[in-house]
Design a protein around this ligand. Structure first.
Ligand code: C2G
Length: 154
């Protein structure tokens, strides 16, 4: 059994996150995840829809994850790897090469990201939905149902 450690914001939990956690679990058998705090997200230039507490609870609910902890800065990885006795540090390949300095204390593996999905993309697609139109559709469906009811009764 090897311990794998990874980090991320994991906002609007999606299939890309699920597939990554599944592969990370397979790498070692025990998976601990550093979840970026709300404050550290600001440093990363991100603002999450869900709070740290909610994102941590969602990731911990995954059957692939054994433990979560807060990621508060860029510099804590080395200490965390020693604290959790991690054998492998692994993360998506959008970070390729960025954490090679950890190779002296653990294996460093970059895994291919899942294409065509990201939290940013989800947010932009949702922002394009005109929810007023949905209200209009709902009203016209309601009217149609009322008309059908009158026809059905005759
Ligand atoms: N990911 C993926 N496929 C996607 C989207 C994300 O495999 N379609 C992976 C990322 O490569 C990362 C993890 O899911 O390994 C979490 O992604 P983010 O929440 O975007 O995390 P990030 O901002 O990359 O934070 O110190 C490291 C940082 O905290 C990493």
């Amino acid at each position: 059994m090897k311990t794998v450690i990874t980090y991320g914001t994991f906002d609007l939990f999606h299939i890309g996150h699920v597939r990554l956690l599944k592969r990370l679990k397979k790498l070692g058998g025990r998976l601990v995840v550093g979840i970026s705090s709300d404050e550290f997200n600001k440093v990363k230039g991100k603002s999450s829809f869900y709070s740290y507490e909610e994102r941590a609870e969602i990731v911990l609910s995954s059957k692939y994850v054994d433990e979560v902890f807060p990621e508060n800065n860029w510099k804590q990885k080395r200490k965390d790897i020693l604290k959790y006795k991690a054998d492998i540090f692994s993360i998506g390949d959008d970070w390729i090469g960025k954490f090679d300095e950890l190779k002296d204390i653990c294996e460093v593996i970059y895994l291919p990201r899942t294409e065509d999905i990201s939290t940013t993309e989800i947010k932009s697609k949702l922002s394009k939905i005109n929810f007023n139109d949905l209200d209009k559709v709902e009203r016209s469906l309601h009217d149609a149902i009322e008309i059908l009811k009158t026809i059905a009764i005759k």
